[in-house]
Design a protein around this ligand. Structure first.
Ligand code: ATP
Ligand code: MG
Ligand code: MG
Ligand code: MG
Length: 569
């Protein structure tokens, strides 16, 4: 590739809505261009990375015996109604009508369609097992699209679906996919961890998530450095005894203590006169994580937790502060017991931070110094308490008894799932066994967030000059930077010679023939994150040398002209 013919568009400053480093750098490097909320054009430089990610995924899926097809983005509602997901998916499922008024879903995933393929195509046990996959555009109307490609509304996913005769077969297919995922993330050159993602007993998990380790990750991972125990925080908490930590809550100061006024919703709430009839109240608290999600805590008086119904919640949402943010999760504040309304589930974390609260009208937030604590409205109340809502914290004993737990943050980049007959039952997907009897097909599903990988890779690999792509997914592996391409015949000739020989050797190389000053060239390619750079200049050529610099190297290394090919390959 020649830079003069390619499209390069770098920026000095990131747009103000870019909050995390990967989003900022992808915008500055001209990899993506925002079209609307959570919707991006993949610009030529970004698309090259996406294609490389896809190719690695495709190679490993094929190697694992999966078969590629391509299912439609727009899918008839009838299929989604068969499984009940048309209703269950809620607003995240994007729906459209055609000119005849028929309903369609824009696929967020494709279990229904693939099960429809299989129930009509698979007749006999001889056709099983089979694993179909595609790499396709997804649409999820996320409540808070953010961080560029990390949580887009339109994004690319690889989704695979395995079909087996029995549970043992499904588990073997699952294992094959799990192993393929390990190879895929190894090839990306990223530091990752697979964690149990359901509440199953240790060892017998039917679902795992693959996370790229990063402090900016939205998920908390619990693991034991001394053993192979690893789970996402929800799965880990389901194993832990409920409510213990909340019960051990510490008393708080009684006087309200304003925080750093980070949370204007709380400030509004404080000046809100409470009507006599209000028994419950919704409080908006800004989640002091990078994602700036608004959390609404349901704060209540003497109700039993389970009495609070969605209808009351809707009424409460009329408060002006409630309309500021969407309702993400509901919590009751009976000390010692917290959980999503209507369930008896044990404590679920708010933001795996300390939450301050009191009985009755209570104010809470998720980070110290960013919230008001000890707020009440002048009633005779029990002692306010502060509780650590995390039911699992670092240092706890690992459930396998082999050591202490550690916690780190991760970005979910892949998810494998044993579905069993969840879809084949609803959709009557059966095969005929050896005796000619129909049997339900056992299913598994396996997703990889192709476009999210770009963000995750950058969160792990950057410096103050820009992105540092792992070589396997870099937009270009090598950039040639000639000093005075248009002025020096010798430079031009050597650049062209090296360019041709690198191309012939199968190296993904770009030559910067734009005639830019060295400073501009270097800054662009460091920002874009090409892992290898070769500088061709008259001075070096006099000694028969070129300069090599790896993206992480502090200095350039002189390399004899004849050895450069071997050096960058
Ligand atoms: P999350 O918890 O981040 O919302 P999910 O659990 O809803 O993800 P899955 O249904 O498991 O996602 O989909 C498989 C993969 O698709 C995820 O592991 C993730 O890598 C990717 N993915 C999901 N939602 C998005 C999104 N909005 N933008 C980009 N990638 C996504
Ligand atoms: Mg999701
Ligand atoms: Mg998830
Ligand atoms: Mg998932």
């Amino acid at each position: 590739m020649r830079a003069s013919r390619f499209f390069i568009s770098t920026l000095k400053e990131a747009p103000s809505d870019a909050e995390i480093i990967s989003h900022k750098l992808m915008m500055r490097a001209g990899m993506i261009k925002r079209l609307g909320s959570g919707i991006y054009t993949y610009m030529p430089m970004g698309l090259r990375v996406i294609r490389k990610v896809e190719n690695i995924v495709r190679e490993e899926m094929n190697r694992a015996g999966a078969v590629e097809l391509l299912m439609p983005v727009v899918q008839p509602a009838e299929l989604w109604q068969e499984t009940g997901r048309w209703d269950k998916m809620g607003p995240e499922l994007m729906r459209v009508k055609d000119r005849h008024g028929r309903d369609y879903a824009i696929q967020p995933t494709s279990e229904e369609v693939i099960t429809d393929v299989v129930r009509t195509e698979i007749k006999s046990y001889r056709q099983l097992p089979i694993n179909f996959y595609h790499i396709q555009t997804k649409f999820r109307d996320e409540r808070r699209p953010r961080f560029g490609l990390m949580r887009g509304r339109e994004f690319t996913m690889k989704d695979a679906y395995s079909f087996d005769r029995d549970v043992a077969g499904m588990q073997a297919s699952y294992k094959a996919m799990y192993d393929a995922y390990v190879r895929i993330f190894d090839r990306f050159g990223l530091q990752f961890r697979a964690v149990a993602a359901d509440n199953g007993a240790i060892g017998g998990s039917g679902s795992h998530e693959f996370h790229v380790i990063a402090d900016t990750g939205e998920d908390a991972l619990v693991y034991c450095p001394e053993s192979d125990y690893a789970a996402n925080i929800e799965a880990a908490e389901a194993l832990a005894p409920a409510g213990e930590r909340a019960a051990a809550a510490q008393p708080l100061a009684k006087t309200p203590t304003p925080g750093k006024a980070k949370c204007e919703h709380v400030a509004e709430l404080l000046s809100l006169p409470l009507s006599q009839t209000v028994k419950s109240i919704v409080l908006a608290v800004e989640k002091e994580d990078a994602d700036k999600e608004i959390w609404l805590l349901l704060l209540r008086g003497d109700h039993e937790l389970n009495e609070i119904k969605a209808s009351k919640v809707a009424g409460l949402a009329n408060y002006r502060f409630a309309s500021e943010g969407e309702i993400l999760e509901w919590f009751g504040t009976k000390p010692g017991y917290l959980g999503p309304i209507g369930t008896k589930k044990p404590v679920r974390i708010v933001a795996d931070r300390t939450v301050a609260m009191m009985a009755d009208f209570v104010c809470g937030a998720n980070e110290e110094d960013f919230h008001y604590t000890g707020v009440n409205w002048g009633r005779d109340l029990p002692e306010p308490v502060v509780a650590d809502l995390r039911n699992v914290v670092a240092g706890d004993a690992s459930p396998d008894g082999k050591g202490k737990l550690a916690i780190q943050r991760g970005i979910e980049v892949g998810h494998v799932f044993q579905l069993g007959t969840r879809y084949s039952e609803d959709m009557k997907a059966t095969y005929l066994d050896e005796t000619g009897k129909p049997q339900l097909i056992q299913m598994g599903c396996y997703g990889i967030g192709v476009t999210r990988i770009l963000g995750a890779a950058i969160e792990q690999n950057f410096d103050d000059r820009g992105i540092i792509w792992p070589a396997s997914i870099a937009p270009f592996e090598v950039v040639l930077c000639p000093m005075g391409y248009d002025r020096s015949e010798a430079v031009k000739a050597e650049t062209e010679r090296l360019y041709e020989s690198l191309l012939a050797a199968g190296v993904d190389v770009i030559v910067d023939d734009r005639g830019e000053r060295p400073g501009v060239m270097f800054a662009d390619w460091e920002l874009i994150g090409v892992p290898h750079r070769v500088v061709i200049g008259d001075r070096g050529l006099k000694d028969g040398k070129l300069e090599y610099q790896g993206r992480r190297d502090a200095e350039a290394t002189p390399v004899p002209v004849a050895e450069m090919l071997g050096f960058v390959k």
